[in-house]
Design a protein around this ligand. Structure first.
Ligand SMILES: C[S@@+](CC[C@H](N)C(=O)[O-])C[C@H]1O[C@@H](n2cnc3c(N)ncnc32)[C@H](O)[C@@H]1O
Length: 260
């Protein structure tokens, strides 16, 4: 008998889940791409995606077991791996979802800090909650390393607990270059061209963003790396991370004049 009630983990959602909403906002998922939601729960994401005109289908062992698991441009594995108590089955779910992803796999799992108020009894590498569901909580680096181990591809962080795994390295690079751009008021620049021209200097920043999906705080880049960016971009560079609509400072304030 299954020791935990996995079907109870599926939520009812009024809006798109965060991983899919992020994928849309990041341009990783577009309306003309097909989506397969692996472990889709009650199917609310499918309904919401279809209402946006996206060709979306999904399978869930408890809620949509009869649907055939089929390849799609974008496959979503949203908050599934953390409810599976058997590590081998967990790895199989990730490997299966990756196999179906023609272009990109979106993986989301709950984070350790999310578990602070949760009461439960230890079970395997996670815990069983009072409602009888299993939850495995991840550290960001742990989740990234596990995804890379199973898929053989380096995942790129979209947000804490949310990763993109691209099939094609060129698309991964395009996503990274869209994350790192240089913003100077009233001067139109091509972020891709800037990224290409400064790839080497930006590499430590890109590495940091890839793992953390946030700008580094003071001290998280070496002084040399920080100085290299300052030298490349002038006295008051505004190296930013994120899409132009989500301007975030790439270099943390207080790490020198470059980011002040
Ligand atoms: C927390 S829900 C997430 C549902 C949906 N992806 C969402 O974000 O709303 C976890 C889902 O994983 C499903 N699940 C459990 N074991 C699975 C497996 N081995 N493969 C795929 N899905 C599984 C459960 O049935 C449940 O619906």
């Amino acid at each position: 008998m299954q020791p935990v009630a996995r079907h109870r983990t599926a939520l009812s959602r009024g809006a798109l889940s965060r991983p899919l909403a992020l994928a849309l906002a990041d341009g990783v998922l577009c309306a003309d791409q097909s989506v397969f939601d692996y472990g889709c729960g009650k199917g609310d994401d499918l309904r919401n995606l279809r209402s946006l005109g996206v060709d979306a289908d999904g399978w869930d062992p408890s809620h949509r077991p009869a649907v055939e698991r089929r390849p799609a441009d974008v496959v979503n594995l949203g908050y599934v791996v953390n409810v599976i108590e058997d590590p081998q089955e967990r790895a199989r779910a990730l490997a299966d979802a990756w196999r179906l992803a023609n272009q990109v796999l979106v993986v989301a799992a709950r984070m350790t800090w999310d578990s602070r108020d949760l009461v439960g009894r230890p079970h395997g590498d996670g815990l069983v909650t009072r409602t009888g569901t299993f939850q495995k909580f991840y550290e960001q680096a742990e989740l990234a390393a596990w995804i890379e181990q199973i898929t053989g591809s380096r995942p790129l962080a979209a947000a804490p607990g949310i990763f993109y795994v691209f099939r094609d390295e060129a698309r991964a690079q395009a996503f990274l270059s869209s994350r790192v751009y240089v913003y100077r008021p009233r001067v139109a620049i091509d972020p891709h061209a800037v990224y290409e021209a400064h790839q080497e200097v930006l590499a430590p920043l890109v590495e940091f963003l890839t793992a953390h999906a946030r700008p580094p705080r003071p001290g998280e880049l070496t002084a040399d790396d920080h100085a290299a960016v300052r030298d490349a971009f002038g006295d008051r560079p505004q190296a930013e991370a994120g899409s132009p609509g989500h301007e975030r400072r790439l270099l943390g304030a207080g790490q020198g004049s470059a980011a002040e």
